[in-house]
Design a protein around this ligand. Structure first.
Ligand code: GDP
Ligand code: IMO
Ligand code: MG
Length: 428
């Protein structure tokens, strides 16, 4: 399966980073197709922890080319910091990282607009990461965005910046009551970044399509998760890009016929950061213990993640909109020691049963989840690498999920480290 897409099946933080790192061993290219440094992907190798935000998690393998695709939004300062940190830790970046000329730049005013617009929403805020993601995609769609390639053409960059600042500074003054942005300051700052980033910039669609033609192994990495997708998530409590598998085509410039498989990453329970509906959320000690044991605190903002039981209603929606060909279950070990485990199989709202995810947010926010209760296991599953060595109840839990979603489980992850995993079906 030479071209494989990795997608989060829930609200992000499913453990995509770990799985991408593991699968990179056999990949020639790993390419990120959307999102920005709102993502936080933690990878643990031996006893070293790496948190990647913008650079694909494949960078930790020295022979893999990593691409930041046209669908990604790039904050150059954050990117340079990430490059510098990786280099300091002995990771090879030069020669291994390529950034699309067509990726859009996050500008200083995008960050300010993100937080100012959250503030004006008050209680109804989305709970964004405050990284300027939404406003950058707004400019992209309004065709006023500034792209990575513009860094290489100072005069074009200055012209676009000048035009945008007219509008931005009007908003700063009249809507947000904040100081104006200065063109020269931003221009000088970004031209400084241009010097550092110049050598990484290229036409990545050409490189990717050439690699596909040469039958190379490609891993296409999505950030966030399906329920955070701008079209198919819990809008408006979503991020501003298409995180689903289809986003890999637009975010990298490849045709759908070139994709051979789509792997959904599913956490053995559910988490969410930020606001928005979450039918199986637990406000009790089980939710708190998932958070503690699972280290469920945002890798980007440090916020505690909301935790709850596995929800197969949303997973069936995810399966449909992504066309999953396989599923990876992560963090099984976090459920060790529970007497019983609940799996949500439908919702109830005003006497009606819902087995398909309701698109009406009012229903999703107020429905009652209907659970199937299964027996838990007392044994420790951490680090188990052979499916037959899992406790019987853990095996049944996995088979039950497979049956409810109707997609084959190909990997089970049993710990943070690279080798803490059960490979049921090789991916390349
Ligand atoms: P991502 O955004 O999808 O890459 O996920 P995050 O990195 O934000 O969050 C997943 C967290 O769970 C990270 O700290 C991972 O190191 C950790 N993790 C991944 N898989 C497993 C697993 O199977 N067991 C345990 N205990 N931790 C895991
Ligand atoms: P990874 O790739 C979890 C959430 C934010 C907020 C909403 C919109 O690590 O899984 P944004 O800053 O994107 O405008 O915020 O999306 N969010 C994530 N939640 N994991 C992520 O990325 C996320 N990226 C954004 O918390 O609710
Ligand atoms: Mg994350």
């Amino acid at each position: 399966m030479p071209v494989l897409v990795i997608v989060g099946a829930q609200w992000g933080d499913e453990g995509k980073g770990k799985i991408v790192d593991v699968l990179t061993e056999k990949a020639d290219i790993v390419a990120r197709y959307q999102g920005g440094h709102n993502a936080g992907h933690t990878v643990v190798i031996n006893n070293s922890k790496f948190v990647l935000h913008l650079i694909p998690s494949g960078i930790l393998h020295k022979n893999t080319v990593c691409i930041i695709g046209n669908g990604v939004v790039v904050e150059p300062k954050a990117l340079i910091e990430e490059i510098t940190d990786l280099k300091k830790r002995g990771i090879k970046v030069s020669g291994n990282l390529i950034i699309s000329r067509n990726a859009h730049l996050i500008m200083p005013y995008h960050l300010i607009i993100d937080s100012a617009s959250e503030k004006t929403k008050g209680k109804k805020c989305i709970g964004t990461t405050g990284r300027g993601i939404g406003p950058t995609y707004v400019d992209k769609m309004a065709r006023t965005g500034i792209r990575v390639g513009d860094l290489l053409n100072p005069e074009a960059f200055r012209e676009k910046l000048r035009t945008n600042l007219r509008h931005v500074n009007f908003m700063m003054k009249n809507l947000y009551n904040m100081p104006a942005f200065k063109e020269k300051k931003i221009f000088d700052e970004y031209m400084g970044y241009a010097g550092t980033l110049r050598k990484y910039i290229a036409d990545t669609d050409v490189i990717i399509n050439k690699a596909i033609a040469e039958k190379k192994n490609l891993l296409l990495e999505g950030a966030q998760g399906t329920l955070l997708d701008i079209d198919h998530g819990t809008y408006p409590f979503v991020t501003s890009s298409n995180s689903i598998a289809g986003g890999a085509c637009t975010g990298l410039g490849i045709g759908p016929t070139k994709i051979n498989s789509v792997i959904g990453i599913v956490k053995a329970y559910t988490t969410r950061v930020g606001s928005g509906p979450f039918p199986t959320e637990l406000h009790d000690e089980i939710g708190a213990s998932m958070r503690e044991k699972g280290g469920e605190f945002g890798a980007t903002t440090g916020r505690p993640r909301r935790c709850g039981w596995l929800d197969t209603v949303i997973l069936k929606h995810s399966t449909a909109v992504n066309g999953f060909s396989g599923i990876v279950i992560t963090k099984l070990d976090i459920l060790d020691g529970l007497d019983t485990i609940k799996i949500c199989t439908s919702y109830r709202y005003k006497g009606k049963k819902y087995t398909d995810m309701p698109k009406d947010l009012a229903i999703l926010e107020n429905c009652t989840p209907v659970y199937e209760e299964v027996r838990g296991w007392r044994e420790n599953t951490r680090g188990i690498t052979d499916f037959r060595k899992l406790p019987g109840q853990a095996q049944s839990y996995i088979r039950k999920i497979e049956e409810l979603i109707g997609v084959k489980i190909v990997i089970v992850s049993t710990g943070q480290k690279r080798d803490e995993l059960i490979m049921l079906q090789e991916q390349f």
